[in-house]
Design a protein. Structure first.
Lengths: 247, 325
């Protein structure tokens, strides 16, 4: 069983978001990039666990990005996986990204494709579902556990107000979230090994974007906090009713 | 040409957010000079579907196949694509929730449609098809232009208030050519938390952080939440220490919520936490540390010890509720 894990480089969670060129570009100056936490903690680590358990035979990583994405994909390789593929293009359009990965994945035969439930920069969560459609695979989103036996996956996924357990034959795309596995820290051996693991650069296929980000802006700043004496909770309730009109 | 909405039901009932999505679609249809059709899947009564007319739906297409009572992305995609093609729909709307987020991307890929996930504005049609959404978990907004012929939007609930009017939608049966492959995924077990308000839909939220000192102190927050009819949430350290279950974690790596009222107790307000909650309409911060950065993002602040302030607030809410019955 071969697993493909989709990796997205994202700005560190402590990043103070700022924009340049008249609010048309995300300002990457001074921003450090990390592996999207959902891709790393849940999708990648669960893939590695399945390999360690002898269920998966190979774990490959894929990212869509220019050369500046390589340090992040090397970090992912330090956790594990035999090889990484970087598709050499840059886009904010989920269709274009999914189509690039699909194009590459059809030339291979993956039984399981794992991704995080969303990336923490654009909060889309689109690529997994699109990939499933393009590869004609089943798709289960928001999974918190995944096991595979005899070509059948058993997946626990979030539903409205609860959880559901599904079974599904492979091949399958799963978007992963909390509960899937415990975060790992790469060890020195992994970091050394990652330096020499193959990182293939694949030229992008000719695919047009169907959407683009025109501009950004920031939420309006709060006008200032109104402090209320801890003895006077009646006043707070009154303000929530008459001023904020939320109760 | 029309606008089509995927209307998911919960055991045969449409929640408020579905009416909201239909109303959103109906406003888009009006501004583009077309009509709204709704797609309903599985077991649901005609009267429930007709009621969507109160929010502007003209027609409901109903695929009455009980195998669709549970979400299955392949079958749902086939149904929505069939309906969209039958209606000649150019704009497809789903909710930005666990169902919509799982189905809309597949549908978009199938129809080669650009997609905006989590829209918080109507599309601006003056120069293309521009839709606003939050990015960086609420730290900023992006304006995204869709350039494809067909467009898909997942709509963020609680963005525009619902105004129900008069009206009744007509219901038409829709046949979809399913095959066995569409139902290869099977549901084995369903576990629902009963009684509680789901966090993602809650209008009022009471949230606790490390300042609560330990899980044994959650009783005061539970009392407040129960009195208000609010859902409970927590910060990441609380979930990571297993004081509270992970599904209550809100913040950049947890859930993103946009309630009308967010009451944060003993939460300092780290940037990652704020990212998940700063879409809240009103924020109340209760903290005994005057330097807590959360006060800067709050509308109302109370400087004091949670174990004293929260029970007092609960009493005040009770008094208010009795007076306003």
């Amino acid at each position: 069983m071969k697993i493909l894990v989709c990796i997205s480089p994202v700005p560190d969670t402590t990043t103070k978001v700022a924009f340049s060129d008249n609010n048309t570009h995300f300002n990457t100056q001074g921003v450090s990039f990390i592996i999207n936490p959902y891709d790393e903690w849940y999708a990648l680590v669960r893939a590695l666990e399945l390999k360690e358990a002898g269920i998966a035979t190979a774990v490959h990583l894929v990212t869509v990005g220019k050369a500046d994405a390589e340090p992040v994909i090397r970090k992912a390789l330090a956790l594990g996986g035999e090889e990484a593929i970087r598709i050499d293009t840059d886009s904010s359009d989920p269709y274009m990204i999914a189509a690039q990965i699909a194009q590459y994945a059809t030339s291979q035969t993956y039984d399981l494709v794992l991704c995080g439930k969303e990336s923490i920069d654009y909060n889309n969560g689109i690529v997994g579902g699109m990939l499933a459609e393009m590869l004609d695979m089943n798709y289960i989103a928001f999974a918190s556990s995944l096991d595979v036996a005899n070509g059948i996956a058993t997946v626990k996924r979030e539903i409205e107000g609860g959880e559901e357990t599904d079974t599904c034959p492979l091949p399958l795309v799963v978007s992963c979230q909390k509960g899937m596995s415990e975060a790992r820290i790469p060890n020195m051996r992994g970091i050394m090994a990652a330096r020499t693991k193959p990182l293939k650069v694949v030229p992008a296929a000719a695919i047009s974007s169907l959407s683009n980000i025109v501009s950004y802006d920031m939420p309006p700043a709060k006008t200032g906090v109104k402090m209320i004496a801890p003895e006077n909770m009646d006043e707070l309730v009154n303000l929530l009713h008459t001023e904020a009109k939320v109760i | 040409m029309s606008v089509i909405v995927l209307a998911e039901h919960t055991q045969g009932v449409f929640k408020k957010k579905v009416f909201e999505a239909v109303q959103y679609a109906s406003a888009i249809a009006q501004s583009t000079g077309t009509t709204v059709s709704v797609l309903a899947l599985g077991t649901i009564a005609d009267a429930e579907m007709q009621a969507l007319g109160q929010c502007g739906a003209q027609k409901v297409l109903h695929v009455a196949d009980a195998r669709l009572d549970n979400l299955n992305t392949r079958a749902y995609t086939k149904a929505l694509v069939t309906a969209a093609q039958k209606e000649g729909a150019k704009i497809i709307i789903a909710l930005h929730d666990v169902t919509g987020k799982a189905v809309a991307p597949r549908v978009a890929a199938n129809l080669k449609a650009g997609i905006v996930a989590g829209a918080i504005s109507y599309p601006d049609l003056t120069n293309g098809f521009l839709v606003k959404k939050t990015v960086f978990a609420g730290k900023a907004y992006a304006y995204i232009n869709i350039s494809s012929d067909i467009k898909v939007i997942t709509y963020m609930a609680n963005t525009f208030p619902v105004k129900k009017g008069e009206g009744s939608a007509s219901v038409e049966k829709l046949e979809v050519a399913f095959d066995d492959k569409d139902f290869a995924m099977q549901v084995k077990e369903v576990n629902k938390v009963t009684g509680a308000v789901p966090l993602s839909e809650a209008e009022l939220v009471v949230s606790g952080g490390r300042g609560m000192k330990g899980p044994e102190n959650w009783g005061v927050l539970e009392d407040l939440a129960k009195t208000l009819g609010a859902a409970l949430a927590c910060s990441r350290p609380v979930a990571d220490s297993h004081w509270r279950p992970h599904h209550e974690h809100v913040g950049q790596t947890g859930g993103t919520i946009r309630p009308n009222l967010y009451i944060a107790v003993g939460i300092s307000g780290a940037i990652q936490h704020l990212a998940g909650v700063n879409g809240s309409k009103t924020i109340v911060v209760i903290n005994k540390d005057p330097e807590a950065p959360f006060f800067k993002a709050a509308d109302y602040g109370v400087l004091g010890d949670a174990m004293e302030v929260v029970p007092r607030l609960t009493e005040a809410v009770k008094k208010f509720k009795e007076a306003h019955q």
